[in-house]
Write a protein that binds this ligand. Structure first.
Ligand code: SGN
Ligand code: CA
Length: 553
């Protein structure tokens, strides 16, 4: 039987495309949900803000999101660095398969299958605003405006494509988190309401150098906080390489940039005592502020500068441990200050969904791009397989489909997010699903339970070597109880018993009591490498600086 074009158009008017497609496909939704994917930069799970204990400062909208949705307490990244992690999320495949193994090595190959491209094909309108960090132009998005590189907190620039397909850069006044949220809401206002949408909200916050919005200066009370128990970690009982890491709060933070001490208010003869060698640069972002804004910023940070100068004069901060703690308080105040704007952004986006009456039709996914240290092991930044940088925040909300207020403990990974969205959209064709190495989280998310045949271990690989923070190339696995890792550059193994030693202070790899555990975990490690098709010499023989991987799928 043949239908004329107008008859078909009539049918489509009666049944919007989203409904028709979902009915044709025997996937779980009866209607394709909108997907609002909010991704922040360097948000530490420890500060997620979904409970009182993990929120040293009130984050009411994170809290509400958690109550209305499901918090995944054990979601891990596949490679703890921004670009690679985002590439894993986009493709649902590990770094060695998608080819983006570390920042700046080469642009992301946008010709490979990704979840936005699949959604576009399945009838979605798609957009992305904010942080991208994969260098090549985004593919799979009808509309995109991205930050150049890391982006700026104040009056940020956005790259987009002009009519001739050429890149153009435009500066927008405002604070990055607010501006990205404005652009997202504006785009949703103008969307085609008869088609589902995918909107990726890419926030810069709370990335280094942790600059809160001016209205949030002084809004975080750090007086009751204390540094983590292992803040003064001396790295005993673990591989030698750890001692060489260059991401400690004590020695590797830039005093005038990260910690926002005002250089011209520090007496010259004191500067050598406060600047860690090589970390004396000043904050570039501040030069983007107008003179009025700069005054507010300078007035605020004068107080911090005074506390440093007074502490040095009185001798209180001359003790390196005390000085490191002073830095930690400055760090945490600014870091949490950045999260206040993200919290507001979530509030605004959820309010918009409610106002439109589409909350029940929208799958909201909130995640970070990897984990982050809030002083654990004395560190900031990420990269290592240690729990704080490995685990990332993940909340999913889909009222009526995902049970509300549930904490889920299933081990999941960022390569699972793409297959989850594709399955939710009913686009889980064999052709699409075969490209993924991750699993759809819907069976977990809709029941809150771990399916019987769920994986028992995940694979991790960090390629950059040694990089800005001197973290070596290493890979490893995480099971319910253990983290096993191999440092390729120094040929060392680490094993942590997460039940007995959750802070990872003791490497038990050579402990005779763990002999059989080591054997079975090493077997698992090799099994995962084979199953995920990790090339035999990846991440590279001892000492090799630059492995090259082509995207393959
Ligand atoms: C910058 C930061 C690093 C950070 C990398 C990667 N230094 O280089 O501290 O690890 O980005 O971050 S900074 O002085 O320029 O802020 S990532 O999130 O993009 O992977
Ligand atoms: Ca990041």
């Amino acid at each position: 039987m043949k239908f004329s074009g107008s008859f078909l158009a009539g049918i489509l008017l009666l049944f919007p495309l989203s409904t028709v497609k979902a009915q044709q496909n025997d996937a779980r939704p009866t209607k394709q949900p909108n997907i609002l994917f909010i991704i922040t930069d360097d948000h530490a799970y420890q500060t997620l803000g979904t409970t009182k204990s993990d929120s040293p400062t009130p984050l009411p909208n994170f809290n509400k999101l958690a109550k209305q949705g499901m918090v995944f307490d054990r979601s891990y990244c596949a490679n703890s660095l921004c670009g690679p992690s985002r590439a894993c999320i986009l493709t649902g495949r590990h770094s060695h398969m998608n080819g983006f193994v570390y920042n700046g090595q080469r642009p992301f190959d946008g010709s490979q299958p990704t979840y936005p491209k699949m959604l576009q094909k399945a009838g979605y309108q798609t957009a992305l605003f904010g942080k991208w960090h994969l260098e090549s132009n985004p593919t799979g998005f009808d509309k995109w405006e991205i930050f150049p590189g890391q982006g700026s907190y104040f009056n940020p620039d956005f790259i987009s494509i002009d009519e001739k397909g050429k890149r153009q850069t435009k500066r927008v006044n405002g604070y990055a988190t607010d501006v990205v949220t404005d652009k997202c809401i504006e785009w949703m206002e103008q969307r085609d309401k008869n088609r589902p949408f995918l909107l990726v909200v890419g926030h810069k916050a709370p990335h280094r150098a942790w600059c809160p919005a001016l209205r949030h200066l002084g809004k975080v009370d750090v007086s009751k906080l204390t540094p983590p128990k292992n803040f003064h970690d001396n790295y005993a009982n673990r591989p030698e390489f750890l001692k060489k890491n260059a991401q400690t709060v004590a020695n590797h933070m830039a005093i005038f940039s990260d910690l926002k001490v005002l250089k011209n208010q520090v007496p010259e003869n004191m500067r050598k005592d406060v600047i860690s060698p090589g970390y004396g640069w000043e904050l570039g972002d501040v030069n983007r502020l107008s003179p009025e804004e700069k005054k507010i910023w300078t007035d605020y940070y004068s107080k911090r500068t005074k506390s440093l100068v007074d502490g040095m004069k009185s001798g209180k901060l001359k003790d390196p441990k005390k000085f490191a703690e002073w830095k930690w308080y400055a760090y945490i105040e600014d870091y949490l200050g950045c999260l206040l704007s993200v919290d507001e952004s979530i509030g605004r986006l959820m309010k918009y969904l409610d106002k439109e009456g589409i909350s029940r039709d929208t799958l909201v996914i909130y995640c970070g791009d990897q984990g982050f240290y809030m002083g654990e092991h004395g560190m900031y930044d990420k990269r290592w397989i240690f729990e704080e940088s490995f685990r990332m925040p993940l909340i999913m909300r889909w009222p009526g489909t995902i049970p509300a207020g549930v904490r889920n403990n299933t081990i999941v990974q960022n390569i699972d997010y793409a297959p989850t969205m594709i399955t939710a959209a009913g686009a889980n064709t064999p052709e699409n699903m075969k490209t993924f190495q991750g699993l759809s989280l819907l069976p977990v998310a809709t029941t809150g339970k771990t399916p019987k045949d769920w994986r028992d271990a995940i694979y991790y690989c960090f390629y950059e070597n040694p990089g800005e923070h001197n973290a070596p190339r290493h890979d490893g696995i995480r099971t319910e109880r253990y983290t096993l890792s191999y440092i390729w550059t120094s040929d060392e193994w680490m094993l942590f018993d997460m039940k007995k030693d959750p802070s990872q202070m003791r490497n038990v790899f050579n402990d005779p009591q763990y002999k059989s555990v080591v054997q079975s975990l090493q077997k698992k490690y090799h099994e995962l490498r084979t199953n995920y098709r990790v090339p035999e010499n990846s991440p590279g023989p001892v000492g090799t600086p630059k492995p090259k991987f082509e995207a393959s799928w």
